[in-house]
Design a protein around this ligand. Sequence first.
Ligand code: TMP
Length: 237
Amino acid sequence: MVTKGKEIYRGKAKSLYYTDDPTVAIMEFHDDATAFNGLKKGSIQDKGHCNCQISAIFFEKLKERGIRNHFQGFVSEREMLVNCLKILPVEVIVRNIAAGSLCKRLGVEPGVVFEKPVLELCLKSDELGDPFINDDHVLALKLASAEQLSEMKEMTLKINEILKEITSAANLILVDFKLEFGVQDGILYLGDEISPDTCRFWDADTKKVLDKDRFRNDMGEVTDAYQEVLQRLRRLT
Ligand code: TMP
């Protein structure tokens, strides 16, 4: 059993702690929620627990399918043991269906299904509001090497296919999601979380929103949505 050490970093929804093993860290999931780059603040009861468990289910299934990721096991129901990664400051977003900021930005109706997944890159920067960047910016600003960038994109498209299979078995539509990657000993790993905070999930029959949009857009039944996603994924395991 590892010992929980000092806090390395506290983010908006998670904290990272040192352990007595320098290669592993503890990631603790909180109930705190923010939206619109921190402008809206609140709390979603039981979110930390749900997001930790949901992320672990996805990470385990991805690992079985050959996708290297940071998940190593649980410390408690809302804490996981992860590889200590140096996170690359690039957010990789995949959109299968038009929703959220893409609709506002490009004047597309929500719900339009894309023939091919749309991949977007953003600079991970709260101060700048995670602005859009392209491949040239990633290389010019040395946010990642050319090899890391192409590996991230290739992994992301594979992850999309695997997540679509898993969510469809849970009668959920995977609308879009955001990934973060990090490096340990020169090897690229999928990091962060895969949860209703970082993905959009709709019920496949009713199209009911089962993700953080319920908090962002004051739709109510927020905890219920997170718990529903967890229950459906648990039924698959
Ligand atoms: P967007 O439509 O607001 O750009 O969001 C696209 C996807 O990325 C959506 O699944 C939510 C996720 N996301 C994050 O994980 N963190 C963020 O800060 C934002 C803005 C979106």
